[in-house]
Design a protein around this ligand. Structure first.
Ligand code: SAH
Length: 233
């Protein structure tokens, strides 16, 4: 049994052909990408690193990390986004990026401690058992290596901004993109990390200003947020 929700995978599969259209449903991912990429690169400089991107989708983050000089493997369980990611790498002539359809738990059995850095962005809120994903990420990273995650907090404000505003009012995302019950509080995510021998090192909130239509990183983790952890040596 895989730790995946077939409906979620199908949802991303149906939209896959528009993944690299910066004005499409994936516009928010394109816009936040430089912010998260720079944050990762500052904490753990990417050049020369072996990086695993879990739930890579069409490869927005994977591709950009490879362009910073990392050797990247992107994995996902939705077939079409992976094909789109591969095609994009060919068209854009991105070096040192590969994509594979494999469950992170399965890869953890095959390649323990093989990666300097593991990223898992905007994905944990789409899976039935996020703690199993985190355990696998922790197995895949080398001792002392970094694991970066991002997801949505669970509270009244994240419901109002993350679902009502984002999907229904501002229409930044298609309706039905997110399910409130799958959002994760930073304290819950931090506990899962600790149980997987990951030490929490840094966190950032991600904000959206509807007037300037710009995203930024800040200290407010009440809606979207990122965590950076290191695997205990
Ligand atoms: N991480 C990418 C894409 C986020 S969209 C980015 O931030 O740019 C969420 C992705 O998670 C989709 O591509 C979806 O197919 C993938 N996903 C959902 N459940 C998954 C699972 N159990 N295993 C691997 N990928 C999964």
């Amino acid at each position: 049994m895989t730790n995946a929700d077939p409906q979620e995978l199908a949802k991303f599969g149906e939209l896959a052909h528009r993944w690299w259209d910066t004005q499409s449903e994936f516009k928010p991912l394109h816009e936040i990408n430089p912010l998260r990429l720079n944050w990762i690169d500052e904490l753990s400089p990417l050049a020369g690193q072996r990086v695993l991107d879990v739930g890579c989708g069409g490869g927005i983050l994977s591709d950009s990390m490879a362009r910073r000089g990392a050797n990247v493997l992107g994995i996902d369980l939705s077939t079409k986004p992976l094909k789109v990611a591969q095609l994009h790498a060919l068209e854009a002539n991105t070096q040192n990026v590969a994509y594979q359809e494999v469950a992170v738990e399965e890869l953890a059995q095959q390649m323990p401690a093989a990666f300097d850095t593991v990223t898992c962005m905007e994905m944990l809120e789409h899976v039935p058992d996020p703690s199993s994903i985190i355990r696998a990420c922790a197995q895949l990273v080398k001792p002392g290596g970094w694991v970066f995650m991002s997801t949505l907090n669970r509270n009244l404000k994240s419901f109002a901004f993350g679902i009502v505003a984002a999907e229904y009012v501002l229409k930044l995302l298609p309706q039905g993109t997110h399910e409130y019950g799958r959002f994760l509080k930073p304290s819950e995510l931090a506990r899962m990390c600790r149980q997987a021998d990951l030490e929490l090192c840094a966190s950032r909130g991600m904000g959206y200003n509807p007037l300037t239509k710009r995203y930024s990183l800040n200290a407010d983790t009440s809606v979207n947020y990122l965590l950076a952890c290191r695997k205990l040596a």
